[in-house]
Design a protein around this ligand. Structure first.
Ligand code: CA
Length: 713
């Protein structure tokens, strides 16, 4: 994800959109039936995905495999393989590739087990390939109803699968957890992780398997849900345990003493708005301590004064929580952002490592959550060890010795009632992209972003489970602060090599956010807008770059060996880029001396900024701005500035939308839902015909403002 400068002026709108060029590509290319093919694997004798506790615990004894999403339970995204190293990485070339034909954001980390690559795609599909030849072995289409896409804040992405005892597990964007036969891709079981279909739960994260249980959380904290993590029997799919991340209605009784304790930190009738705290991505496990670590998301709604009037820490929002994996019982927690009000999730990737702390080895948990501080905690107790900013931030001036942030009161728009520019914005200083830790260098490699956004109290908050419930009014804030409010705030993304012991950057180089892979070859691999690069892990010098992939690479690479030869694999696809551009989502596999060539991209003319004249009244534009802020901004972002606050380029830029030229065309999308196959459902339940006219008037005004800004004074 690249830097987004949200908030400049108005806000954004929402939803509309269209994506004409991508429509044809949206049907998944996958098929249900599959002809099993014997892979050219060295482990075929034991059957596909023959992963068990013993193999996962001894993952370092099989460095050629990538059996779980972070490779090991500690999720360091580090490989001991060193055949590809600083000296020879320049000879890497494309060995094979496989097109997905699904033009949406691709964020998946592949698994590689005994010569087979398993990869998930947008819309929660799974593909299996021979890891040497790229021959397709099977594919699985999860057949997610496309209109569920509007119930996920940040595109219909999927970050990966889990493997266990001959099965591959995937969570779907509509909240199902599915076990597939690893030999054929045929479903073995499927379960619904969602409490109620009246609420907008989703799954984008990779499941983990610990001691025969499949662990999965959900997304949905923008939509008024209550977060939880569930554990299912890997063989049967039966629910084993569930840990709620925020307390429910006290009148219905607390599930356990932990919820009773958490409820002490909430005020008002928080359960009516869900509370949030969805655990949609980061998890790790430490087998020695036998602790499962989960990262917990933001509050629902964002605005704490609406969610929990009068404050409180609101446990376990924005926390790392350690659980007993056998029964899901609480062991410890550390809250990164008490009483969070800025969408500062702590769902970012978590890793476990042993570091020299004050001269002695200590097992720690590390995380670089959205709020911009890099945290090092004691893995056994959760005790705070250290935290320092890894990106520009203004919401806090530091962390005190007890590990509690020292807030900057100006940024507490929910308490002051005044709009504020807050760093970072809701996209965070670091988002979902996996970071990597190299024991060789002692450095953590992570993508960091400087960003800021305008937050203001939404005085017209009206909860609706089918749309976003933020409790902030970016447009009102922009009007309050004036056109230059964002001028002095940094923006930009970079790769940073962070020393977690000294809490300082060793080096940083500019570039778009993408997942990381560190290897014993002294290398760090990371994607960008044109392909995959390899960097010297010590200095950051770029040593290799792939030939152009014609689409951005944001997902984390992996590396593996088959028959003694080392490969590097990564998924490419639109997470860094322009929504309207043609997309080439695909799996790319590299090895030394290979020279496969990708097909030439089709020619493409970007849409031009050419809106109709702005003729609407100031009042109508203002009404449209409010509708936009409540329903559209979360995805479409600031009109004329390319992209939403959370995902630049994943959603259409409405300033160039052809629907601006015709109210009829506009209504067909916004009211009649003709783009629902893309996830842009009808918003007729929240916007009436007058509202749609107001919305279009607002968009036309914004598009003209962008055009005028481009022309200059
Ligand atoms: Ca969020």
């Amino acid at each position: 994800m690249r830097t987004t400068r949200t908030g400049t002026k108005t806000l954004a709108l929402s939803l509309l959109v269209l994506s004409i060029c991508q429509q044809n590509a949206l049907q998944a290319a996958t098929v249900d039936t599959a002809t099993p093919v014997t892979p050219s694997a060295n482990g075929a004798a034991r059957g596909p995905a023959a992963v068990d506790t013993a193999r996962l615990l001894a993952a370092d004894a099989e460095p050629g495999q990538w059996m779980s999403t972070g490779r090991t339970y500690g999720e360091q995204h580090y490989s001991p393989l060193n055949a590809i190293d600083r000296g020879n990485v320049a000879t890497l070339g494309l060995a094979w590739y496989a097109d997905f034909n699904i033009a949406r954001g691709q964020e998946s980390t592949p698994l590689v087990i005994d010569g087979v690559i398993y990869v998930t795609t947008a819309w929660s599909n799974v593909l299996a390939f021979d890891a040497v030849t790229g021959a397709p072995l099977w594919s699985f289409d999860s057949k997610v109803p496309r209109d569920w896409g509007s119930r996920a804040c940040c595109d219909v992405v999927n970050r990966g699968a889990a493997a266990w005892n001959g099965k591959i597990y995937v969570g779907t964007i509509d909240g199902r957890l599915i076990a597939l036969d690893a030999a054929t891709g045929t479903p073995v079981w499927s379960t619904d992780t969602v409490l109620t279909r009246d609420l907008s739960y989703s799954i984008t994260g990779a499941p983990r398997v610990v001691k025969g249980k499949v662990i999965i959380g959900n997304g949905g904290a923008e939509y008024g849900v209550r977060g939880y993590v569930s554990a299912y029997d890997a063989e049967t799919g039966a629910l084993d345990w569930r840990f709620f991340t925020v307390p429910g209605n006290p009148a219905e009784g607390f599930e356990n003493d932990t919820m009773r304790m958490a409820a002490e930190t909430w005020k008002g009738e928080w359960w009516k708005l869900g509370g949030g705290g969805t655990a949609w991505d980061g998890m790790a496990y430490d087998p020695e301590l036998d602790l499962l670590y989960i990262g917990v998301g933001n509050g629902s709604p964002w605005n704490q004064d609406i969610r929990s009037p009068g404050g409180g820490d609101n446990l376990f929002l924005s926390s790392i929580v350690a659980l007993n994996p056998d029964d899901g019982s609480y062991v410890w927690h550390y809250q990164t952002t008490p009483g969070e009000t800025w969408d500062y999730t702590a769902t970012q990737p978590i890793m476990v490592a042993t570091l020299p702390i004050n001269g002695a080895p200590r097992k720690v948990v590390m995380q670089a959550p959205k709020n911009g501080f890099f945290y090092v905690l004691d893995a056994a107790t959760g005790a705070f060890i250290s935290a320092k900013p890894f990106a520009a931030l203004n919401w806090a001036t530091g962390i005190d010795e007890k590990g509690r942030p020292i807030e900057n009161p100006v940024t507490r728009f929910d308490r002051t009632g005044k709009a504020a520019v807050v760093q970072p914005g809701p996209g965070g200083s670091h988002n979902w992209q996996p970071m990597a830790y190299s024991p060789q260098t002692g450095l953590v490699y992570l993508p960091a972003t400087d960003s800021a956004s305008i937050y203001a109290y939404d005085r017209n908050f009206n909860p609706n489970p089918l749309t976003t419930n933020l409790g902030i009014d970016n447009a009102a804030g922009a009007a309050e602060l004036g056109p230059n409010a964002m001028a002095d705030f940094a923006s930009g993304s970079y790769m940073v090599a962070w020393n977690p012991v000294t809490q300082q950057a060793s080096w940083r180089i500019p570039g778009p956010s993408a997942g990381m892979l560190a290897t014993a070859g002294g290398l760090v691999f990371k994607g960008d807008q044109t392909g995959l690069g390899a960097y010297d892990a010590a200095s950051g010098a770029q040593l290799w770059h792939s030939t152009p992939t014609h689409t951005g690479v944001a997902a984390a690479p992996v590396t593996y060996t088959v028959n003694g030869e080392q490969y590097v694999a990564v998924v490419a696809g639109r997470s860094n880029g322009n929504y309207y551009a043609p997309d080439y989502s695909r799996l790319l596999v590299f090895k030394q001396g290979a020279a496969q060539v990708l097909p030439e991209p089709v020619s493409y003319t970007p849409p031009t900024l050419n809106p109709p004249q702005a003729t609407a009244s100031i009042e109508q534009v203002a009404r449209g701005a409010e509708i936009y802020g409540h329903n559209c901004w979360i995805c479409h972002g600031d009109v004329g500035s390319a992209g939403g606050p959370l995902r630049r380029g994943l959603f259409p830029e409405l300033a160039v939308s052809p629907t601006l030229n015709s109210q009829e065309l506009f209504d067909a999308v916004v009211l009649q839902g003709v783009r629902s196959a893309n996830g842009m459902v009808s918003f007729a339940n929240v916007v009436n015909a007058d509202g749609a006219a107001d919305l279009r008037a607002y968009l036309i005004e914004r598009a003209n403002a962008a055009l005028n800004a481009r022309r200059g004074p």
